[in-house]
Design a protein. Sequence first.
Length: 243
Amino acid sequence: MKLQVDIHFSGEIGLFSSKATPLSARFSIVHANPRIIVLFGHSGSGKSSLLHALAGIIRPKNGSIWHEESCLFDDQKAIFLSPRERAIGLLFQNYSLFPHLTVLQNITYGLSQKSSQQETGDLWLKRFLLEGRGSDYPHRLSGGERQRIALAQTLAPKPSLVFLDEPFSALDRPLQKRLLIAVKEWLHQEGISAIIILHHLRDAMQIGDELLIMGKGQILQHGTPDEVIRHPVSNEVAEILGE
C-alpha cells in the first residue's frame, strides 16, 4: 500500500456540516503489504472530513493526495478526481442503499461479472448473518441489517482501497465484535487496504495495523497500536486514548 496525503481544508462542507473542522493533514503510508488504518479521535476532531477529502466528496483548499502511482488530487496541477474515478470502496453513515433493489441486488450492484452475482451475494448474506433476506427490500430491514448490507455492497467488488465510516455503529456489541474479526480477516485475505473510523479504542487496537490519532483537524500521532498506546507523544493524545 502506498498512500501519500498533504491536504488543507477550511470552511463549511455544504450538505455534510455547517460547522466543519478546519483540516490540515499530512501523512504517508508506504508498505509492501495491505494495511488497515484506523482514524481515532473525539467527535468533531476532523475524522469524517479527512475521509471525505480522501474519497473525493469534498475538495481540499490545497495540497495533494496520491494512491499508489495515481494522483487523486493536486491543486497545483488542477487535478481532482471524483469518487467514481478514484475506484475505491466507500461506506459512510447514510448507507446509500438503492430502495428499488432487493438486498441481493444491492450487494451485487458493483460486480462486473454478472454470472457470479448470485453466488457472491449468497456468500455475503451468510458472512453477515443475513441468510434468507436476499429478496427483501431495504425498507423492510432494521438499521443494523441495512448497515450490514451497505458494508457487503462496499466490499463485494473487492476494491484495492476502502473507506469505512463507523461501519459497525448500528450493531449490538456482540455482533460488532464478531463482524470486526470477520472483516479484518477478509481484508487481509483479499489483500485490500482500508481506512476506518472507529470510536472504541479496543476495536481500533484489534483491527488496526496502524492508528492515526486526530484532534482539532490535525494528525497528532501516527504509529502502530502498540507504539501509540505505550508512547503517546503528548498529553492531548493520552487524553484522547483515555489515559
